[in-house]
Design a protein around this ligand. Sequence first.
Ligand code: TRP
Length: 494
Amino acid sequence: MYNITYYHKLIINKEITIAQNERKSIHGQWSSKVLFIFAATGSAVGLGNIWKFPWMAAENGGGAFVIVYLVSVALIALPIMIAEILIGRRGKQNPVNSLRYLSKEASQVKVYEVDHDLNRTKQTKYQHHNQEDYTNWELIGWMGVISGIIILSFYSVIAGWTISYIFKSFSGLFNQVTIDGATSLFKKFTSDAERQLAWHTIFMFMTCYIVSKGVRGGLEKAIKFLIPGLFMILLILTGYVTTLSGFTEGLRYLFLPDLNKITASVVWSAMGMAFFSLSIGMGALMIYGSYLSNKFSIFEVTSIVAFADTFVAVLAGIIIFPIVFTYHLDPTTAGPGLIFQTLPIAFGSMPGGETFGTLFFILLFFAAITSAISLIEPAVTLLIENFRHTRAEASLKIGFVTWLVGIGTIFSFNYWQDVTILGMNFFNLLDALTSKVLLPLGGFSMAIFVGYLVKRRTSVAELKMSQSMYTIWRVLIRYIAPVAVMVIFTNGFM
Ligand code: TRP
């Protein structure tokens, strides 16, 4: 029988750990920890922080939304982010295969044999409980691939807007622009389907080009100057808005929550925003984690990325809302056009605005493309690793499908403006479907998977946290995060 001493167990566990450390990623590794942090921050920081966060906050009662958002980041998104990177780093392949690997590993039972001559036990082999146990978990990976394509389809359209705004700013269109001027500039642009299609096509083409070259090639270089550049220009803009008459009112709106406004729907939106902003729930960080060397602490890199992401979102809010209140915009009705209607006014009236405006939209475009890459990377690696595609073929195929779906989003700002399903136009529908349903569902499943299925010793070995931090994480991932997601989801639904 399984007569085994504690000492032998130790040896065996050690051997397992060594074997795991020697497993190499089949698709390469980041060259350093800093690069992983850059890449993950590049994925997290994007249109979500600067375009979506202010508009969602405006629509959902300002401070009420912000406070729920921050709490969701800390208690739900952060622990799930750790879990997602853990799956990726241990699995070291595309999300589908990584999940399969981990569930196989988790269902292994050790079989020991007693060697009577030497009077010691030795582990002979691993056996699986049940073949079916681990196939279902792959669905999280498949769902993520689909969420990524849907998100990118509209993300690319909005990224197209930012490219167009680079040129608008550069050609001086924002000089001394009034609130009505900025609004009609935006309306004119979004009613022009062909123009948006052109930018959408260009953006998708660039994304696919970079992805077809492999992540380590283009991405590592681009991100190095992007993040510092974005921080710089946001700080300059922050300096500018302190001079506006609506500055304190804007801050009050953003940071003084009216607790009566915290409704089930606000909470649901804020939680969805946390998933979207941190790029979790669909496998993007899982794939980036799979490039991460085993030497680095997942907890450390995760905290840095989450902090940077939250910082940028809050900064964007600090910039947008003073403009909103100075120029008496109605925050509740602005919608996805919010930054495109407010920022031009700021650039139009500040010294050096033309340069800063151009620079700002260039950086926003880069922030968008580094996020876009992470949105299709899971789908692309899946085609490469499981369906024998070359990187170029895979990028082209996924890119084409995404591009096609994106046309629906373009139309929802003009031809299909009045076509609604469940009270939402096509764009709002895709946005809600991903942020409020698919990502939370993906995150919930990852929490259950890592919290209950993956062996404790596996997560201990991967995370290498202090005892107390590990315990806190484990409570969050097993109880707090999944329960919160389910409660918020069902309440929001009803
Ligand atoms: N987080 C990015 C942003 O805020 C968007 C993004 C990139 C994303 N990868 C993702 C969202 C994966 C959800 C899932 O703009």
